[in-house]
Ligand binder design. Structure first.
Ligand SMILES: Cc1cc2nc3c(=O)[nH]c(=O)nc-3n(C[C@H](O)[C@H](O)[C@H](O)COP(=O)(O)OP(=O)(O)OC[C@H]3O[C@@H](n4cnc5c(N)ncnc54)[C@H](O)[C@@H]3O)c2cc1C
Length: 456
C-alpha cells in the first residue's frame, strides 16, 4: 500500500513529512484501495466535524489561504437539536432568511404551578428568534466552506496519530466508502461534537454532560397554527430536575424535548411529563423522529494542545440555563480559524500551541467567559427547585427583565442596564426567591401534613 502522496516543495514541515512517507497505514479487514490526497505547499489544516463549529472554522481557514480539509461522517444526517438561533447570527454569519422555518415572536414560559408568562412582550417589530432545522443549516454552512475552497471529505475519522516531535505533522486516519485513507496535516481543529475523538486523542479531559431528548411531532393544521410563531418553555421537577423542557415550532412540526444532567436515567419519564403537560395542544400529532444527544455542561480542562484546538461542543461551549450552543459553535469555529490564519500569516508560517492559546483561547475567554459564568449561576439559583422556578417565571413577567434577557440573547452582548432598574431587579429577584421559597416550603409542609393525616 502506498503512502499518501506528498508533493510539497516549500512546506514548513517538508523535511519532516518525508519521514512519514515510510510510515504507511495498514487497513484492517477492508480490502479496497486507500485514497490518496495530494497536498501542496501551504499550511494544511484538517477540521474534524461538519457541524456549525467545523464549517465555520473551515470557511475561515480556507478564506485565509490555508489548505483546508473538512471531515464529516454523515452530511445527510440531522443533528438532534432544537434549532433556535439568535437574531445576530443571521447577520453575522450571513444566513439567508429562507433557511429559517419559523420566526418566533412569542415566547411563553410556564411554571410548575402553570403560571404562564408571555416572555416576548418587549420584542421590537423586526426582532424574532429563528427556528431552523439543523439538516438545512449545517448543509448550507458546509457548502459555503466548500465554495471558499475547503475540501469536503465524507468520512469517519477513526484515529489521529500525534506528532513524534514538536514540529512533525499529525496523521489523520479515516474510513470513507469502506476505504481506509490517511492525511497528514499541520493543524487540527476538533469540531466533532460532544463525543469528540479529537479531544480524546489529545487527552483534553472530560466534562459533565446533560442528556437531551427530543421528539419531532407533526401536528394537525389547526394545532400547528397555534405554534405558528410561538415557542414554549416549561419548568418543573416533573419535566426536568435541573433544566427546562421546550416546544419549538419548525416548518411542518414541533420539536418537543427536555434535558437533564443529574437524572439521566429518567429522561424518558421527563419526556413523558412534557408530552403530558402539552397534551391538549399536540393531540392528534404524529411522532416523526425521536432523537437524543449529550450536551456539554462546561468547557473541557484543555482546549488547545500542541497544534490542535477544540471548538464548539467538542470544547464545551454550551451555555447553562438556555442550553444554547449553535451560535457559540459557529463563533468559536470562526474565531479559531481566523486565529490560525492570523498567526500563520495566511498559511505561510508554522504555528504552535502558544499561538493558538494567544490568538484563539485568550480572545474567546475575554469575550465569553463572563457570559458562561453568569448563566451558570442563574441555572443554580433558578433551576434547582420548584420554588426557584416559580420565582424565575414570576421575574420573567417584569418588562425590564424581558428586555435585558432578549437584548443579551438576540445580540450576544451584555445589555446596557439602567442602574436604578438593576437595583430594582435585584430586589425583585430576592423578593421572588424568598416569597417562592416560603410558598414552596408551605406547599411542602401542606403535602407533608396531608401525608401524615392520611397515615393517621
Ligand atoms: C436535543 C438538543 C436540543 C438542542 N437545542 C438547541 C437549540 O435550540 N439552540 C442551540 O443553540 N443549541 C441547541 N442545542 C445544542 C447544539 O445542538 C450544539 O451546541 C451544537 O450542535 C454544537 O455544534 P458543533 O458544530 O460544535 O457540534 P455538532 O453539531 O455536534 O457537530 C459535530 C459534527 O461532527 C461530526 N463528527 C463527529 N465525530 C466525527 C468523526 N469521528 N469523523 C467525522 N465526523 C464526525 C458529526 O457527524 C457532526 O456533524 C441542542 C442540543 C440538543 C442535544
Amino acid at each position: 500500500m502506498a503512502a499518501h502522496t506528498v508533493t510539497s516543495v516549500h512546506h514548513p514541515l517538508q523535511s519532516l513529512t518525508q519521514t512519514f512517507k515510510a510510515k504507511t497505514f495498514k487497513p484492517q479487514n477492508i480490502k479496497c484501495k486507500p485514497t490518496s490526497i495530494v497536498i501542496s505547499s501551504k499550511l494544511r489544516a484538517a477540521v474534524i466535524g461538519g457541524g456549525p463549529a467545523g464549517s465555520s472554522a473551515a470557511e475561515a481557514l480556507a478564506s485565509g489561504g490555508i489548505e483546508t480539509y473538512i471531515f464529516e461522517r454523515s452530511p445527510e444526517a440531522a443533528k438532534p437539536c432544537g434549532g433556535a438561533i439568535p437574531l445576530c447570527m443571521l447577520d453575522e454569519f450571513s444566513i439567508p432568511s429562507h433557511l429559517v422555518d419559523r420566526k418566533v415572536t412569542q415566547m411563553k414560559i410556564i411554571s410548575p404551578s402553570n403560571l404562564t408568562v408571555d416572555f416576548g412582550k418587549t420584542l421590537k417589530p423586526h426582532e424574532f428568534i429563528s427556528m431552523l432545522r439543523r439538516e438545512v443549516l449545517d448543509n448550507f454552512l458546509r457548502l459555503r466552506a466548500k465554495e471558499k475552497g475547503a475540501t469536503l471529505i465524507k468520512a469517519l475519522v477513526t484515529n489521529i496519530e500525534l506528532p513524534l516531535s514538536e514540529k512533525s505533522p499529525y496523521i489523520i486516519h479515516y474510513i470513507s466508502n469502506n476505504t481506509h485513507g490517511s492525511l497528514t496535516v499541520d493543524i487540527i481543529v476538533g469540531a466533532d461534537g460532544a463525543n469528540s475523538k479529537v479531544a480524546k486523542s489529545i487527552k483534553a479531559g472530560n466534562y459533565a454532560c446533560a442528556i437531551a431528548f427530543q421528539e419531532r411531532i407533526q401536528l394537525p393544521e389547526d394545532k400547528m397554527k397555534y405554534y405558528e410563531n410561538l415557542a414554549e418553555m416549561y419548568v418543573g421537577d416533573d419535566v426536568s430536575p435541573d433544566f427546562y423542557a421546550w416546544v419549538f415550532p419548525k416548518c411542518d412540526h414541533v420539536a418537543v424535548g427536555t434535558g437533564t444532567v443529574c437524572s439521566k436515567q429518567n429522561i424518558k419519564q421527563f419526556q413523558g411529563a412534557i408530552r403530558n403537560r402539552v397534551k391538549p395542544k399536540i393531540e392528534g400529532g404524529k411522532i416523526i423522529k425521536v432523537e437524543a444527544h449529550p450536551i456539554p455542561e462546561h468547557p473541557r480542562p484543555t482546549r488547545v494542545r500542541g497544534r490542535v484546538a477544540l471548538v464548539g461542543d467538542a470544547a464545551g461551549y454550551v451555555t447553562k440555563c438556555s442550553g444554547e450552543g449553535i451560535y457559540f459553535a459557529a463563533k468559536s469555529g470562526r474565531m479559531c480559524g481566523e486565529a490560525i490564519v492570523r498567526a500563520s500569516e495566511n498559511g505561510k508560517k508554522m504555528i504552535d500551541e502558544a499561538d493558538l492559546k494567544r490568538e484563539y483561547l485568550r480572545k474567546w475567554d475575554d469575550e465569553f467567559f463572563c457570559t458562561f459564568k453568569f448563566l451558570d449561576v442563574l441555572q443554580k439559583v433558578f433551576y434547582g427547585s420548584n420554588a426557584g422556578r416559580e420565582a424565575l417565571v414570576e421575574l420573567c413577567g417584569k418588562e425590564y427583565v424581558q428586555r435585558m434577557t432578549f437584548e443579551s440573547y438576540l445580540y450576544k452582548k451584555i445589555a446596557k442596564g439602567n442602574p436604578l432598574e438593576d437595583v430594582k431587579m435585584a430586589m425583585n429577584t430576592i423578593g421572588s426567591l424568598i416569597r417562592c421559597n416560603i410558598v414552596g416550603r408551605e406547599m411542602m409542609d401542606d403535602a407533608f401534613d396531608g401525608k401524615m393525616l392520611l397515615k393517621l
